[in-house]
Design a protein around this ligand. Structure first.
Ligand SMILES: C[S@@+](CC[C@H](N)C(=O)[O-])C[C@H]1O[C@@H](n2cnc3c(N)ncnc32)[C@H](O)[C@@H]1O
Length: 256
């Protein structure tokens, strides 16, 4: 029987019976944890992933973080790209194991987490941001997700040009993605993909115009709606707490 013991320093998810999740580090220490109170985290070192444990007088199931758990419980500074949008970007940009991906900005590192997970073990994500305090948050989140070896961090304004070439996919989640379209065209390999993420439709209009003018092809703009269902006997309905809006995604292809 395979037993997945929790080790000192492991990041673990504590899930309560309502499905709420908290992220903590397993270590021999008693300290105040946000959302939990004073907790003896050393108790986790006596458990295995999947076990039930009592921490701070509350029962939890201990989980090894999935990629979605990492995103849902991550430290946030800049607005993140949520899983439904990240998954769409991955597939439509053909990102997979071994891909070379460039993104801006790093923000809180939510998309970086998904990209790094997808390109492992031999690919690479080069992540640009022009604000050190944002990239510092992204770095911490990627370290906690155990993905540091797959990401190269760069500080600077990506719209001024970058050194990377032969890039498989390029993702722009910045306020002015149209200003990054030329940088993307110069960095992408023939057949590579560009994705942009923008909260407003005005940004989409300017971005698609810039993509067309620069010679990108197969341009598509989309919005994805995700409705979570509440499932109870005889009363299945969409959740009242649906996320109304995240942003628009534009995908385009570079043929050189
Ligand atoms: C909305 S956040 C990105 C969130 C990130 N995709 C995530 O999922 O966590 C936008 C980030 O882009 C950075 N940024 C804005 N303009 C930039 C530029 N021209 N070059 C590099 N980074 C830029 C900002 O500092 C900010 O951290």
């Amino acid at each position: 029987l395979y037993v997945d013991r929790i080790k000192e320093g492991d990041i673990v998810i504590l899930m309560d019976d309502e499905g709420r999740k908290l992220r903590v580090r397993a270590e021999k220490v008693t300290k105040k944890v946000k959302g939990l109170g004073v907790a003896n985290l050393g108790k986790l070192l006596e458990a295995s992933f999947g076990d039930r444990v009592t921490v701070a007088a509350k029962e939890f199931t201990v989980l090894r973080p999935s990629i979605v758990d990492s995103i849902e419980t991550m430290e946030r500074r800049a607005q993140i790209i949520v899983p439904k949008d990240a998954a769409y970007i991955l597939l439509h940009c053909d990102i997979g194991s071994g891909s070379l991906v460039v993104e801006a900005g790093s923000g809180s590192g939510a998309l970086t987490t998904v990209l790094a997970w997808a390109v492992a073990p031999n690919g690479k994500v080069v992540s640009y941001d022009n604000r050190e305090e944002h990239q510092a948050v992204a770095r911490r989140n990627i370290e906690r997700a155990g993905l540091s070896g797959l990401v190269e961090w760069k500080m600077g304004d990506l719209t001024e040009g970058i050194v990377e070439t032969g890039v498989d996919a390029f993702v722009l989640d910045i306020g002015n993605p149209w200003d990054g379209v030329d940088t993307a065209a110069k960095a992408l390999r023939k057949g590579g993909h560009l994705a942009t993420f923008s909260p407003t439709a005005n940004q989409v209009e300017t971005t698609v115009k810039a993509m067309r003018e620069r010679g990108f092809v197969g341009i598509q703009a989309s919005e994805l709606i995700h409705r979570e269902m509440v499932v109870i006997d005889g009363g299945i309905r969409p959740s009242f707490d649906m996320r109304g809006h995240s942003g628009y995604i534009c995908i385009a292809r570079w043929l050189g």
